[in-house]
Ligand binder design. Structure first.
Ligand SMILES: NC(=O)c1ccc[n+]([C@@H]2O[C@H](COP(=O)([O-])OP(=O)(O)OC[C@H]3O[C@@H](n4cnc5c(N)ncnc54)[C@H](OP(=O)(O)O)[C@@H]3O)[C@@H](O)[C@H]2O)c1
Length: 363
């Protein structure tokens, strides 16, 4: 019998790095047989996501009970079909719908993430890989671009000619935000800590880039430059970083701007580790500035929002797939690691060592 390998999270750590050291292992995997309504996918590429790392410490809002295989987003080839499957064929190239299978889903397939040789999924989770994309690009598509559409279209209602300030722009979601904002006709000011990575972000579409430097809490005062670049203040802030940068951003806006909370990469440990509940270290925003600037502060959870309004998803997926087919959207894939080097890949992701996504190849 052919054997493969899979990454297994056997318990939640206090932090992702502690989980990695103590509870995340590579194990042998036997080829599973698909049951009725399931497809067996041979994984060709799996994204290493921020959420995968955060989930390993039980600090993400959606918990995957250990033991499970991480890997929310992946692409591969259908290798076998269970009974009653009519929507896929052996050999099809597919992308996993991470809301319907793997750690971000609910139910039986939650433990079947993509950091493995094989993944079982319900047939309805196997979406066709767009022809224009490689397996690596397919693995880096949905989470980032769905988030970008949710933030910029459905929440910020970004308009052509407006200016958006995007923090964490070198990351998977931030870079998708840069590209979607440009397609919507906006002007983009992108920030980050590394001038080298920012040069790449500019090459990939940002109009202006700003290094945030090393002032208080690692962030310098940049409000004057942003105001100058945006004729008095930006219309929209995309905050995927949190902490001190959020406060400085409140000084970069024009009256009535929209402040989008996307994430908090700089302050990831808002919740208790090891799956404990509560948020004892949550970020806070000053109400006086929000009031005086007439700001709309918008929470932007791309996945949770679809539970409350299922019509959001078909709209944003339609937009994304259309722009991929037109050759206007290309996920940026950074380094690729073999599955055996997953530890190295997780550390590279956690310390933001590259621009865009990062993938594992099970081989
Ligand atoms: N709203 C949603 O539905 C949604 C969906 C997906 C992700 N998220 C959240 O969005 C955030 C980013 O996720 P991602 O997948 O894009 O992660 P990522 O690829 O690791 O990118 C995060 C970026 O933030 C910057 N950053 C990281 N640590 C920082 C620090 N200590 N100080 C300042 N900047 C820092 C880095 O840019 P530089 O190195 O260039 O500074 C990095 O490229 C996370 O909080 C994630 O949970 C939200």
């Amino acid at each position: 019998m052919e054997r493969g390998q899979r990454v297994v999270v056997s318990a939640w750590g206090e932090t992702p790095l502690e989980a990695l050291e103590s509870f995340v292992r590579l194990e042998p995997q036997e080829r599973p047989e698909p049951g009725p309504g399931e497809v067996l996918v041979r994984v060709r590429s799996c994204a290493v996501g921020w959420v995968d790392l955060l989930m390993s410490s039980g600090q993400y809002q959606h918990m995957a009970p250990p033991p499970y295989t991480p890997g929310l987003e992946f692409a591969g080839q259908v290798e076998a079909l269970g009974a009653e499957v009519t929507t896929a064929q052996v050999g099809d190239h597919v992308v996993a719908d991470g809301f319907r299978t793997g750690p971000r889903s609910h139910g039986d397939h939650q433990r079947w993430g993509g950091m493995a040789t094989w993944a079982l999924m319900p047939a309805r989770a196997a979406m066709p890989l767009p022809e224009a994309l490689s397996f690596d690009e397919g693995a880096c598509l949905l989470g980032s671009y769905e988030t970008a559409c949710h933030v910029l279209m459905h929440r910020a209602r970004l308009q052509p000619g407006e200016t958006v300030l995007i923090h964490g722009a070198s990351g998977s979601t931030g870079l998708a935000g840069v590209q979607v904002a440009k397609l919507l006709g906006a002007r983009v000011i992108a920030t980050g800590r590394s001038p080298e990575k920012l040069a790449e972000v500019k090459r990939l579409g940002a109009d202006h880039v700003l290094a945030i430097g090393d002032g208080e809490g690692g962030v310098r005062r940049f409000r004057d430059e942003v105001k100058e670049l945006s004729d008095g203040g930006v219309h929209v802030v995309w905050d995927g970083v949190g902490g001190v940068i959020s406060l400085e951003s409140l000084r970069c806006v024009r009256f009535g701007a929209r402040f989008c909370i996307v994430g908090w990469a700089a302050t990831p440990f808002v919740a208790q580790g090891k799956g404990g509940r509560g948020a004892p270290r949550a970020n806070q925003l000053p109400t006086n500035l929000i009031q005086m600037k007439g700001l709309d502060v918008l929470g932007c959870p791309a996945a949770i929002s679809t539970l409350h309004d299922p019509s959001l998803r078909p709209r944003r997926l339609g937009w994304i797939l259309q722009h991929v087919a037109l050759g206007k959207l290309h996920p940026q894939v950074g380094p690729a690691f073999s599955l055996a080097d997953f530890e190295q890949a997780w550390r590279a992701k956690w310390s933001s060592r590259f621009v865009g996504g990062c993938v594992l190849h099970p081989g």
